[in-house]
Design a protein around this ligand. Structure first.
Ligand SMILES: Cc1cc2nc3c(=O)[nH]c(=O)nc-3n(C[C@H](O)[C@H](O)[C@H](O)COP(=O)(O)O)c2cc1C
Length: 188
């Protein structure tokens, strides 16, 4: 089948939608984030790509701390809201019920099934965005989201994002065991 070139489209989808929190202008502030990835095992590092002019970018640079919370589908509207209004113009500190772990400027969201508090590890300035790499200092959840002590995606019920069509998607069922299902081919 012939392949067609659809241009320089970064279709690394689906992306998990998360909410990044930090202190900006001396207040908790939150924004929706689709560009997130784990980038190192030990220490555990995660990276987010944040537009350099965003209120959140300034907050992370100033405080050196941020949080990453995973919303479930019931938080779709609130997540979208913190992705369309800026803390530079609107006070978003009251949108969620907040709690803190060990870090003083990494506000986390009580309604989210799982939250991580991060200390800024490295900053990479890119042409339009800044990649903030954070070291996870603590991960907070509740017993009801775990199976055998591990986070269970079905119970957490996150949602994903595709761009450039800008759709949110719910998760499907598991379809195989990672680091396992491919072993069949190895034995051939
Ligand atoms: C679903 C969704 C995902 C988003 N992902 C990102 C992202 O990864 N990086 C980014 O810079 N902006 C992203 N945005 C846009 C910001 O969330 C938005 O500009 C927000 O208003 C910034 O808030 P702030 O100025 O208070 O930091 C996303 C928006 C939505 C709705």
């Amino acid at each position: 089948m012939d392949k067609i070139n659809i241009g320089k489209t970064a279709f690394i989808n689906p992306m998990p939608v998360v909410i990044a929190g930090t202190h900006s202008n001396e207040k908790p502030n939150f924004m929706a984030v689709g560009w997130i990835s784990s980038v190192n095992l030990n220490p555990p590092l995660i990276a987010i790509g944040i537009g350099s002019h965003r209120c959140t970018a300034k907050g992370i640079e100033e405080s050196g701390e941020f949080s990453i919370c995973v919303p479930d589908a019931s938080l779709l509207e609130k997540t979208d809201y913190v992705g369309v209004v800026s803390g530079n113009k609107v006070d978003k500190s009251g949108v969620f019920d907040l709690f803190y772990g060990e870090l003083k400027k990494a506000p986390m969201i009580r309604e989210c099934p799982i939250c991580m508090e991060c200390r800024l590890y490295q900053t990479v300035k890119l042409p339009t965005h800044t990649m903030f790499i954070g070291e996870i200092m603590g991960t907070y959840t509740e017993e009801k989201y775990l199976t055998d002590g591990k986070p269970n995606l079905t119970k957490i019920n996150p949602f994903t994002l595709t761009m450039p069509d800008n759709n949110y998607w719910s998760m499907g069922d598991p379809i195989g065991k990672a680091w396992n299902i491919g072993l069949k081919l190895k034995q051939k």
